[in-house]
Design a protein around this ligand. Structure first.
Ligand SMILES: *Cc1c(COP(=O)(O)O)cnc(C)c1O
Length: 378
């Protein structure tokens, strides 16, 4: 087998057609308004509400600022603890710290690799002010479990849904669960507005609060009522988002075919676990993760290195765990003994290249490189 002639990365951003983009850009430039909630911003926000069938969407310049604003918008008691997962991207715990709270790590569920409801229950103290689970890889958290816990303890739930754009549970958007859900539209995500993000929420009373916090806390020309931030999405980002929205369904269909190839070639092999979406769940097709626990000399790391030798750049999401980052490793909740399932997952998880343009033949070649490394092909 030959290496790929060009590097194969884990994803490639969706891009709008140039004619459509230049048409919209012309409109934006002619309008003279480049940011501060212009016409394209309004159109994109509205289009997202319709696309996701949700009531309230507020768009942001990126997902991290959106998370930060979500934490502030809920007016949590100051200097509290927010229970979250270590098996996530840095933005999740970092947003908690930037919002003046302290992250507390709890372990994950082995079936979905999302935050465990039972582990969260054990971590709740009188200082707990919120729970921030992550729909990792677009696999839904136990949303019903968290809903019950949230009611029992009267603690809000903020979902990091960066991977879960269009994920549905029993025909409903995943964003209908929890007090607020953050979506990321970063270029590496399934759906992008170059950089971008959104908050989705059920309570319409949050809209004004979020609007103000996103824009420095300014209300009217001469009044600043809150310590807000600059979280505004500009018109160019909104134009990309608006046009890319039309491409998501087709991209997901193409990814679905790649997933079929990966499933056929890899699932059921000794030491390989794939993720199957439970009944009633529609996947976002954000990532194609494997858990590798081979019985022979091959490990997740040797498979990762072997792929690199073939010019294929799979990603070890999420290794290391956030709890192992310098700012967090000293926390009591960050100790490996508190996080056995997450610690194992971090050693075993590998996300394969997954974007429509990759094509089924390339996916099959990638799968065969892995199989050979695992000793399943001569
Ligand atoms: C991408 C991502 C974010 C942050 O999104 P940005 O839009 O890049 O700020 C947050 N959480 C997770 C799990 C992510 O993957």
């Amino acid at each position: 087998m030959q290496p790929f002639s060009e590097p194969v990365y884990i994803t490639k951003p969706l891009l709008p057609g140039k004619d459509e983009l230049f048409g919209l850009l012309t409109q934006i430039m002619d309008s003279g308004q480049l940011t501060n909630m212009g016409a394209t911003h309004a159109a994109f926000e509205k289009a997202l509400e319709e696309y996701l069938s949700v009531r309230n969407v507020s768009i942001f310049n990126n997902g991290t600022t959106a998370l930060l604003v979500a934490l502030r918008a809920l007016a949590l008691p100051e200097h509290g603890e927010v229970i979250t997962t270590p098996f996530t991207f840095a933005a999740t715990p970092h947003s908690i710290v930037w919002a003046g709270q302290t992250p507390v790590f709890a372990d994950i569920d082995p079936a979905t690799l999302t935050l465990s409801v039972e582990a969260v229950r054990r971590a709740i103290t009188p200082r707990t002010v919120a729970i921030m689970p992550v729909h990792v890889y677009g696999l839904p958290c136990d949303v019903q479990g968290f809903e019950a816990l949230s009611r029992e303890y009267d603690i809000p739930v903020i979902y990091d849904g960066a991977h879960a754009f269009t994920t549905q549970v029993h025909g409903r958007s995943i964003c209908e669960w929890g007090d607020v859900t953050m979506l990321s539209f970063h270029a590496t995500k399934l759906f992008n507005s170059i950089e971008g993000g959104a908050l989705v929420y059920n309570d319409p009373a949050l809209r004004d609060k979020i609007y103000d916090l996103r824009n420095f806390g300014i209300r009217g020309e001469f009044s600043v009522q809150d310590v807000g931030i600059n979280g505004k999405m500009n018109e160019l980002q909104a134009a990309f988002g608006l046009l890319n929205l039309d491409l998501v369904k087709d991209e997901q269909e193409r990814r679905k075919r790649l997933a079929t190839v990966y499933y056929e070639e890899l699932c059921g092999l000794e030491g390989v676990r794939c993720f199957v979406f439970p009944d009633g769940v529609t996947s976002s097709y954000q990532y194609f993760p494997l858990l590798l626990d081979p019985q022979n000399a091959a490990t997740c790391e040797t498979v990762y290195q072997r792929l690199r030798a073939f010019n294929v750049y799979a990603r070890r999401y999420f290794f290391p765990l956030c709890s192992e980052y310098d700012p967090y490793r000293g926390f009591a909740s960050a100790q490996a003994a508190n996080l056995p399932v997450a610690s194992r997952a971090a050693e075993q998880a590998l996300c394969l290249p997954f974007y429509g343009e990759l094509g089924e033949d390339a996916a099959r070649r990638i799968a065969r490189i892995i199989k050979r490394e695992l000793g399943c092909l001569a």
